[in-house]
Design a protein around this ligand. Structure first.
Ligand code: SF4
Ligand code: SF4
Length: 343
């Protein structure tokens, strides 16, 4: 992130706005992956499930997504689902318009469809392909988006591979090394990211790592980052996995990212997992990345995280206060007392 972008992110936080937006642009997905959080009954808080929402298609979807982006003015938007490539025609219309707004975009997909090589002309786009381990395990979990299909569909592109480490992966010595060797040798792969499977509180999914598996996985990642230049995980980020936030309140990622579900209204809280995620067993790379930024010492004992938490409280308090004032007849309130910081 450039210095100017950090400054803009801070300005948005002070204005009570999230600098990052994640939009589930469709409820549909041709896959049925075990452990998928989007289709977990707890994802939307237990009252409704993702597949029960009414979602949008065509020009209406494009217009509504752009309206959300114009309303929230994020610095970064993740287009997720379901699988966003279900709406590939709409993505073709959305991506250039989001890029024109100067917003960084991430499309997270299983690559069940071709990723157009022309997308590589977008300067602010990152395409992230979810891969669940080596070919035998991945193909069993992610049919029809098998290894062969992914390799065919990413030809001529540059992508990031994201693998969520499950207990089944963690129990086999050398597994991540083999995984990195394979994907690093693919010319289309620019970066590899790992997350550790994050359960809901009290869940007993077979994917959950034991404490011993978690510790040895984290130690292993520390060594693998020295061996593979594609493993885009600084040491500080890997270290955060040892001590994840205790609750969403302590999670900078959850506090800086607004997640909106497929009806383009409903908020997914407290983070993209929804429901009641077990923060103390979280292994989400985005959360760990921002936690590492939060522990950066700006001056003496003062960390970036402390400045952020104070700014976030101030921004949210101001937003609430300005809403109350705006309801009074004849009173007009600017969004932020820090408008001078707004780009
Ligand atoms: S591809 Fe993603 S959204 Fe679809 S079932 Fe798998 S994990 Fe869930
Ligand atoms: S992303 Fe943040 S809020 Fe969500 S489970 Fe992880 S630590 Fe908790």
């Amino acid at each position: 992130m450039k210095k100017s972008e950090v400054f803009h992110a801070w300005a948005r936080i002070l204005a009570g706005r999230a600098p990052s937006l994640s939009i589930e642009i469709t409820k549909e997905c041709p896959l049925r992956c075990p452990g998928c959080y989007a289709f977990d009954p707890a994802h939307l808080g237990g009252t409704r499930q993702l597949r029960q929402l009414s979602d949008f298609q065509g020009d209406e979807l494009v217009a509504r997504v752009l309206a959300l982006i114009d309303e929230h003015k994020p610095l970064h938007v993740s287009l997720v689902g379901g699988d966003p490539l279900v709406r590939y025609r709409e993505l073709e219309l959305l991506l250039p318009q989001i890029e024109n707004r100067g917003v960084h975009t991430q499309v997270v997909t299983s690559a069940f469809r071709v990723i157009p090589a022309a997308w590589m002309n977008f300067k602010k786009l990152n395409v992230v392909i979810s891969v669940d381990g080596l070919q035998p395990e991945h193909d069993a979990r992610r049919k029809p988006s098998t290894y062969d299909r992914i390799l065919k569909n990413i030809k001529g592109t540059r992508v990031t591979i994201h693998c969520t480490i499950t207990s089944q992966i963690a129990e086999r010595t050398g597994y991540l090394d083999e995984f990195l060797r394979f994907w690093t040798s693919q010319p289309e792969v620019a970066k590899v990211w790992f997350s550790i499977f994050t359960p809901q509180r009290g869940a007993t999914d077979p994917e959950i790592l034991t404490p011993a598996q978690r510790a040895s996985t984290i130690a292993g990642l520390g060594q693998l980052r020295l061996k593979y230049c594609t493993l885009d995980m600084p040491e500080a980020v890997i270290r955060e996995m040892e001590f994840p936030p205790k609750s969403p309140k302590e999670c900078i990622f959850s506090r800086t990212t607004e997640t909106i579900s497929a009806d383009l209204k409903r908020r997914v809280t407290p983070c993209q997992f929804g429901g009641d995620p077990d923060c103390e067993r979280c292994g989400c790379i985005a959360s760990m990345g921002l936690a590492a930024v939060g522990h950066f010492r700006v001056l003496g004992p003062l960390t970036a995280g402390r400045i952020f938490m104070a700014s976030d409280r101030l921004g949210k308090a101001w937003k609430g206060f300005s809403r109350i004032l705006s309801r009074k007849p004849g009173v007009q309130v600017e969004l932020s007392p820090f408008n001078i910081l707004e780009p």
